[in-house]
Design a protein around this ligand. Structure first.
Ligand code: PRP
Length: 212
């Protein structure tokens, strides 16, 4: 059996739809339940549903053979996992946003940046020679500028609605993100055939061909 860790939240519905298109279906009632570990209808796959940042952890440690998680999360993680497939789901952008888009050019001292992405933020501003104080938050980051906690935020934008409704504008795009399949190094060697079946079924589904 192959264990797949799926990021809960914004990625989950797209991931399950793609897996269903690849012929790997879960029971709808079980998905709607609070169960955090489920088997698919063939019994070949076990799914565990975990917080996005924990997907690379479960996969690196071999608790899960594979994972489905956003590139944004992988950029923030230093987990040693294989990355065989861009699933093309849950497309979004990682951006710098502010109430006043000119805040960076007007800033003289430390720019205060609130984010869930401390590592990406440090690398982004470090590469541009802009001194920053990273203020780590775990959610609702869009509140920080209006409340005076930060000058700018680094966060994900999908539709742009959360930024708009909190009076923020995109200052610059750092990178783009989509859902990725990640694979444990040892599983890739030991379960070559099973993981090959999974990746080719997913590749077929990505191309719009429903695999058997
Ligand atoms: C993400 C992100 C934004 C929102 C953007 O949060 O942090 O808050 O989605 O989406 P939009 O551009 O479509 O409005 P997520 O839903 O992942 O929850 P979180 O704040 O708990 O991380």
């Amino acid at each position: 059996m192959i264990t797949i860790a799926v990021a809960k939240g914004r990625m989950q519905d797209d991931a399950l739809a793609l897996l269903a298109a690849a012929g790997i279906s879960l029971d709808v009632a079980e998905v709607a339940s609070r169960k955090l570990a489920l088997e698919d209808q063939t019994g070949k796959y076990r799914f565990i549903f975990v917080k996005p940042a924990d997907v690379p952890v479960y996969v690196e440690h071999g608790i899960a053979d594979c994972g489905v998680v956003g590139r944004d999360v992988l950029l923030e993680s230093d987990a040693d996992v294989l990355l065989p497939l861009d699933l093309g789901i849950a497309k979004c952008r990682l951006v710098v946003a502010a109430i006043d888009p000119k805040v960076i050019s007007r800033s003289f001292g430390m720019l205060r940046v609130a984010t869930k992405y401390a590592r990406v933020t440090t690398a982004h501003f470090g590469a541009r020679g802009i001194p920053v104080e990273v203020i780590p938050l775990s959610g609702s980051v869009e509140l920080a500028p209006a409340l005076g906690l930060a000058d700018v935020i680094v966060d994900l934008v999908e539709t742009g609605r959360t930024l708009r409704e909190n009076g923020l504008q995109v200052v610059e795009e750092i990178t783009q993100s989509t859902g990725r399949l990640v694979v444990n190094r040892a599983s890739y060697q030991l379960k070559t055939e099973e993981i090959g079946c999974l990746t080719s079924a997913l590749s077929g589904a990505i191309k719009g061909v429903t695999a058997a």
